[in-house]
Ligand binder design. Structure first.
Ligand SMILES: Nc1ncnc2c1ncn2[C@@H]1O[C@H](COP(=O)(O)OP(=O)(O)OP(=O)(O)O)[C@@H](O)[C@H]1O
Length: 338
């Protein structure tokens, strides 16, 4: 097993709301190795993007605590200028919405060149342009010389996302953070983009943090999965274990909520309620307990910790030992409805 490329230790990111700080990422510890895709999965509001932005040091107003070791160096303590040297070179990010991540007033070739110039200032103008075209070809854009001179609005969503990926890989990063890279795209294009990411990983051996709410994407792409709920990691395992032997009630509920072709689930499970807002998040006890009210309160730990139940398979709170799906819709709703 190779050493971690990225090691996050006790990372907490808090936002200020009405004079108080609330943690959106709460004591997260994770690692990513080179040539590995770590998927971070969870519902909207669970803190995935806040975590991604913290790794990249992109929060401007949040309070961030904890350590982020990248290639052995603690980048959580780097000055903004040193962090800038790293971003776009050794680590880069692919954003969810390609249209807002691109400058509408610049041709895409110039946008790729901009990031090359920033980190490889010695390249000649011609070499930079050649490299931009080469990158467009590498991300699967047909007629790259032609696309070089196009504005973002002249390209389809899928092509724009390829341009974003070309920008992200322009300086050969060791770590890529992809925040919902396919959410804004239609299904066939999604698959093409995932295939591209897979190919890029195989070529470069980069580590990838893939943020998604889509378990289908996870099963296509991930080597390991961290499941996030209400700011905390609640389960981590390799992809095979997570899909076949998930234990945390939240992970099991997520898996039970997706229809699978060729498999009859006795009943699809709808997770009642939503992730609580930051101010309303219970900070004591198991954060998922209010969404599985048919499970006895005594099943939860007072201060849930992560348990390693098999090598590399971690689960938060001992409630997993007592979890079952409700026997009937009536039982579920009896507890949920007032
Ligand atoms: N700048 C901010 N100020 C205050 N609260 C914020 C800020 N950014 C995010 N939050 C809150 O932090 C929590 C986590 O949000 P985050 O966007 O990280 O979730 P997410 O899992 O990425 O969701 P999505 O998939 O919808 O992007 C949410 O409750 C959100 O409202």
């Amino acid at each position: 097993m190779n050493e971690a490329l990225l090691q996050i230790e006790h990372l907490t990111t808090s936002f200020r709301i009405a004079d108080q700080y609330y943690a959106a990422v709460d004591d997260v510890t994770l690692s990513v190795r080179e040539n590995e895709v770590l998927a971070i999965v969870g519902e909207s509001g669970s803190g995935k993007s806040a975590l991604a932005y913290s790794i990249m040091g992109l929060h401007t107003r949040a309070k961030t605590e904890g350590d982020i070791y990248f290639n052995g160096h603690n980048i959580a303590r780097l000055s903004p200028s040193k962090l800038n040297k790293l971003r776009g070179k050794d680590m880069s990010m692919i954003f969810q919405d390609p249209l807002s991540a691109l400058n509408p007033l610049m041709i895409v070739g110039a946008q790729i060149e901009e990031v090359i110039l920033l980190h490889q200032p010695k390249l000649s103008r011609k070499d930079r342009a050649d490299k931009a075209v080469e990158l467009l070809a590498k991300v699967g854009i047909p007629r790259p010389e032609h696309t070089y001179g196009r504005y973002p609005h002249e390209l389809s969503g899928g092509m724009r996302q390829r341009v974003i990926i070309a920008i992200a890989i322009a300086n050969g990063p060791k770590l890529l953070i992809a925040d919902e890279p396919t959410t804004a795209l239609d299904v066939t294009i999604q698959l093409q983009i995932l295939e591209l990411l897979r190919k890029l990983k195989a070529d470069s051996k980069a580590g990838i943090v893939l943020i998604t709410h889509d378990l289908g994407v996870v099963s296509e792409m991930a080597d390991r999965v961290a499941v996030m709920y209400a700011g905390q990691i609640v389960e981590i395992a390799d992809i095979y274990t997570l899909i076949s032997k998930a234990r945390h009630p939240y992970t099991r509920s997520l898996l039970q909520s997706i229809p699978t072709a060729g498999e009859t689930k006795s009943r699809l499970h709808v997770i009642q309620g939503i992730v609580p807002s930051l101010q309303n998040l219970p900070r004591q006890g198991c954060r998922f307990r209010s969404r599985i009210p048919w499970i006895d309160e005594s099943a939860h730990e007072e201060q849930p910790i992560m348990h390693e139940i098999a090598p590399g398979h971690w689960v938060r709170c001992s409630c997993y030992k007592h979890f079952r799906f409700p026997d009937s819709k009536e039982e579920e709703l009896r507890h949920v409805l007032p």
